[in-house]
Design a protein around this ligand. Structure first.
Ligand SMILES: [Zn+2]
Length: 167
């Protein structure tokens, strides 16, 4: 029983990190690898403070919580997606710190969260995020090249990038 819940938590973390990785791919922001360390902890390894558009960066931050929420409760009302991030609970902590660093006012935060949610729950995108999360991770680690192989030939809808950059 306990083992089941450990596996389930690992899966939530895998979906969380897959959400981040997918947004990296969608927004073409380079990273090296993604790793799951424990039930509560995973990380995308890339440039520590990437010199990228801060709003794109915010979407990448949000995407982990959004994917985790959708995995944990697929029927969850859209307005709750990412609420764990907003409240700083239910995620591994790093996102909330990053969000606080961004100091986005609520009128920026909510539309960005909503846009991120749309990109993550898009039916084709969610299928790809699930593939990334379910990818065999013997070492609990995927290199960015391996993620790219998973996504190869898929149609990615990059509206989110245009939407963010137009702001
Ligand atoms: Zn995260």
């Amino acid at each position: 029983m306990e083992e089941d819940s450990i596996l389930e938590n690992m899966k939530k973390t895998a979906f969380h990190e897959a959400g981040h990785v997918f947004l990296h791919e969608l927004c073409e922001i380079p990273y090296k690898s993604v790793q799951i360390f424990s039930e509560q902890e995973g990380r995308v390894f890339g440039n520590e403070e990437p010199p990228i558009d801060p709003l794109i960066y915010a979407c990448i931050c949000f995407s982990g919580a959004v994917a985790q929420d959708k995995y944990a409760d697929p029927s969850c009302s859209p307005k709750y997606y990412g609420i764990s991030l907003q409240e700083g609970v239910g995620v591994n902590g790093s996102d909330f710190d990053q969000y606080k660093k961004l100091k986005l006012p609520e009128n920026h935060f909510l539309p960005l969260l909503d846009t991120t949610r749309k990109a993550v729950i898009d039916i084709d995108h969610w299928e790809l995020i699930s593939k990334i999360a379910n990818a065999p991770m013997e070492k609990k680690k995927l290199q960015s090249e391996e993620v790219k192989q998973i996504l190869e030939g898929s149609n990615l809808n990059r509206d989110i990038v245009e939407w963010v950059l137009a702001r």
